[in-house]
Each structure stands twice: as structure tokens, then as C-alpha cells.
Design a protein around this ligand. Structure first.
Ligand SMILES: Cc1cc2nc3c(=O)[nH]c(=O)nc-3n(C[C@H](O)[C@H](O)[C@H](O)COP(=O)(O)OP(=O)(O)OC[C@H]3O[C@@H](n4cnc5c(N)ncnc54)[C@H](O)[C@@H]3O)c2cc1C
Length: 319
């Protein structure tokens, strides 16, 4: 009998969906008698109690700290304390810009097992095995942790379907306002397009990838999106090139389009990182010249063809 510790994540007063995904992920390694302990840290952590009271969470620890938002020193100190107190066999932390700031040092200082960007956890006999990508996501790598009684993993968003049914964990409170920090969060600034549409809330997306070839072609697909009442989004290379703002990027380091019902992927190959932001969409339509493109593995409807031909045909039908 052991504990599995899940660290919830919130930003600007909003609980991040990955928190509920990790509670679901914890169930996959829960063994008879184990307890899933969820911890939420922050000056207003208590406001997340209801949202985190879901099936699969056995205990909820509300940790009051001095910082409203994420703070690396406070999170590291608090989670280290929780590990001492709860002696978990595994600690699941969202793989995000927050965990980049403290998960590695937390594990290294105490000599825990450690793996990042994990998308699968399972037991092989008595050994915990974490699966993550390797060689730029070309292969899956299984990591085990010989001799480690506690393993810290950062888990990729969208790896698990979120735990959503209501639950009734035992709630306890800890005061960590004495935990020191060397920094102070002033503000969060969205990279590029700060006042842009919030793509996590829209229900119809036309998304363009490197298949559009040149920046001048973006306007054609913006026109198509406008005509059909969709929001124009993109894969990372398009945002990196500055052809569309970062706020339109879908994927692991972009946004998860949680509300989208219809996603038209134009010239997008379907990398793991892109799919992390949209694979849950009920109706995915993909257009790609390569019949072997990964995007077709999750598309409901696929067109093996040129996006410019499809664009022309759609525009002529809409005229
Ligand atoms: C840590 C990390 C985080 C990342 N985060 C993200 C993220 O959030 N979002 C994201 O998208 N990527 C992300 N990436 C990058 C990701 O690995 C891929 O490189 C990227 O998704 C590829 O974008 P793409 O599909 O547009 O381009 P490509 O992979 O180059 O695919 C272009 C596709 O277009 C097709 N094509 C070309 N011409 C045409 C045409 N005329 N008609 C039809 N099809 C055509 C090709 O067959 C190809 O399949 C991340 C990578 C890392 C390492």
C-alpha cells in the first residue's frame, strides 16, 4: 500500500485541464490499497477544491502559500515536504513551463527516479516503467528506475482522458506561507497576439501547416476560414516563422483546442506534439498529399490531395 501524489496546475486563476488528466493517469498505476493524493498549491488554492473533487482523487491537500500563481521555489519546497510526509511511490507533475522550473531539481536533490514528458505509465512486475519520446519523437523509450522508492515524472498534456465524474476526496489543509521564494511573479504575458481570439474556446478550426509553403498563401486560408465561419490556426512551424501569431498555435507547446468540434487540418503531418492539442476533436478532416501522414490515423475524414486544389474547390462551392 502506497501513495501516488498528483500536483495540480493552475494559471491566472484557472485550473489547467492537465490536472484532471493526471488524476486519471494515476489510476493506471494504482495498486490494491494505494491512495491518490492530489495537492494544489497557491495563495487561493482553496478555490480549486470543487473542481479537483473528482473520481479517482482519494485525498486532496490544499496548500496555502504566499504566491497566487506558480513559483518555482515554493513548489519545490512544498512538494519536497509532501514527499517526506506522504512517502509516495510516484509523483505526477504536469509537463509544462512550470515543471521545467522545479521538477528536475526536486528529484535530483533527493535522489528520486526522474523522467520528463512521459505519456504512459505502467508496472512491469514490481517495476514502474515510464514511456516517453526519443530521437525527436521518432521512437518510444521505456524508462525504468531500478532501486528508486520514489519516482518523479512530468506527464504530457492529453496523455490521459481527464477524470470528470464528481468524487469526494478527504480534504486537508497545510499552511506553507513560511516557504521562502527568491522571485516574485508580476504578470503573465501571452506571447504574440495577446488580444487575439482564444482558440481554446472556438468550435470550428481551419488549421494550416508547413504544406502551405509560403507566407503569402496564409491569406487564402484565412479567407476560407472566414467564409466557413472557422478560426484560422496553425502548426508550430507556421507560428515560429511568424506567419501567424503564437496564440494560434495548436499543440503541446501551443494550445489545446478543448472546445473544438470540427478541425480541418491542411498540410499538417500530424506530429505527436501537434496532435496533443487536437486529437480529442470529434470530427477531424485532414488534407495531405502523403497518404502515410500520421494525421490520417486520427482523422475521421481524409483527403489525399493538394490543399490548394481543395481550397480552390471549396471556395468555388462557397461562391
Ligand atoms: C518540445 C516540442 C514541442 C512542440 N510543440 C508543437 C506544437 O505545439 N504544435 C505543433 O504543431 N508542433 C510542435 N512541435 C513541432 C512538431 O514536432 C512538428 O515539427 C510540427 O508539428 C510539424 O508541423 P507541420 O505538420 O506543419 O509540418 P511538417 O511535419 O513538415 O508537415 C507538412 C505536411 O504537409 C504535407 N504537404 C506538403 N505540401 C502539401 C500540399 N500542397 N497539400 C497537402 N499537403 C501537403 C506534407 O506531406 C506533410 O505531411 C514541437 C516540437 C517539440 C520538440
Amino acid at each position: 500500500m502506497s501513495n501516488i501524489l498528483v500536483i495540480a496546475e493552475h494559471r491566472s486563476g484557472v485550473l489547467r485541464p492537465v490536472s484532471l488528466e493526471l488524476i486519471a493517469g494515476a489510476q493506471t498505476i494504482k495498486q490494491a490499497g494505494d491512495k491518490v493524493v492530489v495537492a494544489v498549491i497557491g495563495a487561493q488554492a482553496d478555490k480549486f477544491v470543487s473542481e479537483l473533487s473528482v473520481e479517482g482523487a482519494d485525498e486532496l491537500v490544499v496548500v496555502k502559500s504566499t504566491s497566487v500563481d506558480f513559483d518555482p521555489d515554493i513548489f519545490e519546497g512544498v512538494v519536497a515536504g509532501l514527499i517526506q510526509d506522504k512517502a509516495p511511490k510516484a509523483v505526477l507533475i504536469p509537463h509544462s513551463v512550470d515543471s521545467y522550473g522545479y521538477a528536475a531539481t526536486l528529484a535530483a536533490k533527493a535522489g528520486h527516479g526522474f523522467a520528463t514528458d512521459v505519456f504512459k505509465l505502467e508496472y512491469d512486475g514490481a517495476d514502474l516503467v515510464a514511456t516517453r519520446g526519443g530521437y525527436n519523437q521518432k521512437v518510444n523509450v521505456e524508462v525504468d528506475f531500478p532501486g528508486k522508492t520514489c519516482v518523479v515524472v512530468t506527464v504530457r498534456a492529453s496523455a490521459y482522458k481527464p477524470s470528470e465524474n464528481k468524487g469526494s476526496p478527504a480534504v486537508s489543509n497545510i499552511d506553507a506561507t513560511g516557504t521562502a521564494s527568491r522571485s516574485q511573479n508580476k504578470d503573465y504575458i501571452e506571447l504574440g497576439g495577446g488580444n487575439d481570439v482564444d482558440i481554446t474556446t472556438v468550435d470550428f478550426i481551419v488549421s494550416v501547416g508547413r504544406g502551405i509553403g509560403e507566407e503569402t498563401n496564409v491569406e487564402d486560408f484565412r479567407e476560407l476560414a472566414d467564409e466557413v465561419g472557422a478560426t484560422l490556426c496553425c502548426s508550430r512551424p507556421i507560428a515560429d516563422a511568424g506567419w501567424l501569431p503564437k496564440s494560434r498555435q495548436v499543440g503541446q507547446s501551443g494550445k489545446v483546442v478543448g472546445n473544438c468540434k470540427l478541425y480541418l487540418a491542411m498540410g499538417i503531418s500530424g506530429s505527436i506534439q501537434h496532435m496533443a492539442g487536437m486529437k480529442h476533436v470529434p470530427t477531424i478532416v485532414a488534407v495531405n498529399t502523403d497518404p502515410g501522414a500520421s494525421i490520417f490515423t486520427i482523422a475521421k475524414y481524409g483527403i489525399v490531395g493538394d490543399i490548394f486544389d481543395v481550397h480552390e474547390e471549396l471556395m468555388s462551392q462557397l461562391a
